[in-house]
Design a protein around this ligand. Structure first.
Ligand code: 3HC
Length: 291
């Protein structure tokens, strides 16, 4: 069975691991503590059962789950024999570089090392690996929830080869995804760059008293036809992640006018669904429910 490793078992990592296991890969799923892995496996089980109920899974959920091997902390042992690693750890360039350096040391020379970063430069992450691996470092950016969202952005850094981009697009297609190749390693790539503007515009309308949160979200859902309004989507994505993305883009020269309402939520640790409160309240933290 082909092997992959997913590093980071949070919101994105567990969904990415689930997708690869559904497509028949043996997946090593790494996180720093056993409790994060347990929660990830519970979330995957819940999601697989949902898909099975709807006839969208071609085998028993337990068969898919049996292909996911939880690994506490040890990136090196997880990447032995893999053809692909997808890193989905916290949006901190130093942490990501440490993961890439370790994976580079232990993965087979031909393995591709991909990052699911939302906004950090692929080229800078590639600085952590040996010169001969740099062509194999690439962005593979999924959207939340990875199992349901159809798009994967494949991002080419300065050193990424066309062959690597092609292979990663093929992996995404095997997972049933549509791909867009982002040829320039620009801040926020395509989707997050546009979403950042939408979030900022929505937030400033509320901050200036021109509309309420509910009015903005209703307009976006019932008129623009979006599946979620800007505020509920920020809660769903995690407002901490929105702040990381904003910060990373600002540092890379993306001209923006950060909105105080978003920054306040980050300072108050009101991160949205994951913490039980963001712009809306969620009675069961970690479980999304329409407010
Ligand atoms: N696995 C399996 N099933 C799931 C699931 C998962 N991970 N998450 C939700 N579902 C199920 C729900 O339980 C529900 O099942 P039911 O029909 O049995 O009740 C079903 O999917 C539909 O869900 P909902 O009723 O909650 O609502 P929706 O029809 O609105 O669908 C949604 C949910 C697909 C998340 C939709 O609201 C949506 O597309 N929202 C926008 C998400 C988006 O834009 N994501 C991208 C954010 S940006 C990003 O991720 C980039 C990163 O870098 C930050």
């Amino acid at each position: 069975m082909p092997k992959v490793a997913v590093i980071g078992a949070g919101t994105m990592g567990h969904g990415i691991a689930e997708l690869f296991a559904m497509a028949g890969y043996e997946v090593a799923l790494v996180d720093v503590a056993d409790e994060y892995l347990k929660r990830a496996l519970q979330n995957i089980e819940w999601s697989l059962k949902k898909l099975a109920e709807k006839g969208q899974l071609k085998e028993d959920p337990s068969a898919v789950l049996s292909r996911i091997r939880p690994v506490v902390g040890d990136v090196c042992s997880a990447v032995v024999g893999v053809e692909l690693m997808v890193e989905a750890v916290v949006e901190d360039i130093e942490v990501k570089k440490r993961v890439f350096a370790e994976a580079d040391r232990c993965a087979p020379p031909e393995a591709i090392l991909a990052t699911n970063t939302s906004s950090l430069p692929i080229t800078e992450i590639a600085e952590a690996v040996k010169p001969e691996r740099k062509t194999k470092v690439v962005g593979m950016h999924f959207f939340n929830p990875p199992v349901l969202m159809p798009l994967v952005e494949v991002i080419k850094g300065q050193y990424t080869s066309d062959e690597t981009v092609k292979k990663v697009a093929e992996y995404a297609q095997k997972l049933g995804k549509q791909t867009v190749v982002v040829n320039r390693d620009v801040p926020g790539f395509i989707v997050n760059r546009i979403l950042a503007r939408v979030n900022e515009a929505a937030c400033w309308m509320v901050a200036r008293g021109e509309a309420t949160i509910q009015e903005v979200d209703s307009a976006l859902i019932y008129k623009a036809g979006l599946p979620m309004g800007a505020f509920i989507l920020m809660d769903y994505t995690g407002i901490d992640v929105i702040c990381f993305i904003g910060d990373a883009m600002l540092k890379r020269g993306f001209k923006s006018h950060p909105c105080p309402l978003i920054l306040e939520k980050c300072q108050q640790k009101k991160y949205g669904v994951k913490s039980g409160e963001g712009f809306y309240k969620y009675p069961a933290p970690g479980k999304f429910q329409w407010p």
